[in-house]
Design a protein. Sequence first.
Length: 267
Amino acid sequence: MPHITAEDGVDVFARDLGEGDPVVFLHGWPLNHRMFEYQYTYLLDEGFRCIGIDLRGYGESEKPYGDYSYDRFADDVRAVLDELDVDDATLAGFSMGGGTATRYMSRHDEARVDKLALLAPASPVIIEKPDFPEGLDESDVNPLIEGARTDRAKMNADFAEMLFHTDQSDEMTDWIWSLGMEASGQATIASAETWRDADLRPDVDDITVPTKIYHGVHDEVTPIEITGEVLEEGIENAELIRFENSGHGLVADETETINEQLADFAG
């Protein structure tokens, strides 16, 4: 059953592979579940069940015109977990998927999730607020949104180049570009506005499960000082793991290390 129908009638794609302890993956902007290909390969070999969800508007999910808020994404995740009868899961969210996971844990009272893994999360706050002057200026983010409006192909190419600290093959960056181009234009714009503007600090207060935060110290998209470090302080049972040779795309910058870390935590 690769597509699950959310309560508003939108079909959400989920790839469910393997058996064993479940790890549920939520992708980042503007990608889809296939960004975790090298995590699936490792974890499946280690005996885990891997569930990759395409958030609506992305990948193989339906792409309606409409709501791309964290509430909407979190409700879609709940629909998938309920339909697949997933329990005692490790919820692993990367970037925007980390913001979605943060909202899910609060909005759905940590339902069906025993552990939380946040990978370079866009959480809890990205841009500066009156009480959070450390945040990025809107002018740091808005060019991505404007690029999605005017030349999404170039924006995706530029964003792919921003992701990594280590050298990646041209084929890798081309593949990342192709994942971004599978998204709808409206979803790309609207969900970027969501992660730009969100304030998830109240949600963080509701997280009680064991939490690991995996973050590259060279991350220029969601800098560790305003995300990973803030989350470690705000979540009562959290540990920040610093990836010294990673940018935002730590799943490719330090693939072996993140795979081993996830297997150790989720097992």
